[in-house]
Design a protein around this ligand. Sequence first.
Ligand code: PLP
Length: 427
Amino acid sequence: MSRIDHQWSELETLASGLDAQDPLGDFKTQFYRADPEEIYLDGNSLGRLPLESQRRLDEIIQSQWGEGLIRSWGERWYDAPKRIGDKLAGLIGAHPVEVILADSTTINLFKLAVSALAINSERKGIISDVLNFPTDLYTIWGAIQLLNRGHSLTLLDSEDGIQISLEAYQQALNEDTALVTFSTPTFKSGYLHQIHHMTQIAHQAGALVLWDFSHAVGVVPLDVNGWDVDFAVGCTYKYLNGGPGSPAFIFVNGKHLEKVSHQPLGWWGHQAPFTFDLDYQPADSIRRLLSGTPPILSLLPVEFGVDLVLKARVERIREKSQRLGNLFIRAFDARLTDLGFQLGSPRDDDRRGGHVSIRHPESYRIYQALTRELKLIPDFREPDNIRLGFAPLYTSYGDVLEAAERLGQAVEDRIYEKYTWERAKVT
Ligand SMILES: *Cc1c(COP(=O)(O)O)cnc(C)c1O
C-alpha cells in the first residue's frame, strides 16, 4: 500500500469508529433526504427540511389558516415571535425576555445599528472588518447616510483573508468609537472571533457591540449574557433549519431595552397595537423591536428547527462540528493539497466555526462539476472559495471523507474542464 492509501485507510477506520459512537448520529433521520447518494454540505446557507416541519406545515395551513382564519391570530399567531424567541434564547445564553423573531437579518442589523448609534450619540466611530458579510456593511453605510451626523466606518483588514488581528482591533478603538460590529464565524473563512474578549475591550473603550451570529447560532455555543453582549442578530434558516427566508432573531441586552429606539417604527412594536392609537407608544418588552405583521408561514417552522437543536444540545453539536472539520482537514492534507487546493479557513478548531473553505484556481468549475454530476453540494464564494458546511445534525464522518474523495475526483479526472467560468446568478 502506498503512503497515501495507508493514510486514507486510517482515516476511514477513524471515520467509521466516530460514526458508530456518534451520539447525534440518529438526528439525520429527522430530516428530509431526497437522494441518499447526495452529500449536502450547504446547511450553513440553507439548512435541510426537518420532517416535523414538513408534517406540521400542511396541518398549519389546513387548520390554522384554512379553518381558523382570522381567529388564529389571537389563538396561535400573535405570540409566536416571542414564544419562538424564548426558546431560541436558550441557544444563545440570553434571558427569554431579551429575544424575539422578526424580519430578516439585514433589517434587524439596521434597526439595532440605528438604536446603538442613538444610545452612544456623542461618538461617531464604527468599527468592523473586511471579512464581514456585505449586507452587514451595507446596512451600516445606509444608516450613516440616513443619519447624516458625521459617522464613519473603519474596516479592519485581514492579512491572510482568513482572520483579523486583535492588535489591529485594539488600535482602532478610541474615545470616539460608538459601535463595533462583526459577523462570526465569518461567512467565507469560518473564522470565529474572540467574542468575549473583543466585547470586553470594546466596553473598556466605551463602545457598544453588535454581533451577527448568523453562522454561529445552532452550531457554536453562545453566552450573550455571560459575555455582556449589547446587541445581536442572526439567521434562522442556516444551522437552525427554519426554511428559506425564515425570520431572523434579535437580541437586546435587558439593560438597553428601554433605550432602544429603532426604525422603522410600526404598529407591531406599539404597546397595544389593537388600540390603533395614533400616538406611538413603544411596547415595554422586546416586542418593541417588531415593526409590521410577521410572516407566519415562514415563522412557525423555525420552532421545529430550534426544537431539534435544543434536543441535540448545542455543546454536543459543537463537539461534533469540530471533529467533522478536523477530520476534513486531515483528509484535505492527505488527498487534496497535491491537487492545487489550499485551505481557506483556520486550522485551529477553537478559532473555526462549522464550515471549512478551500481555495483552488479552478474552484468555480470544480464547484459545478461537484453539484451537477458528483452529487456533492457545497457552495461557491468569490473569488475562489468552495465552502463546505458540515451541519452536525445530518452530516456523518463518512460523508466528510466521501466529500474529500469527490473533490479529488473532480480535479484528478479533469471533470471540471467540461464547465465554464461564467457565473450563475446564485452560487
Ligand atoms: C446569511 C447571512 C446574512 C443574510 O441576511 P438576510 O437578511 O437573511 O439576507 C447576513 N449576515 C450574515 C453574517 C450572514 O451569514
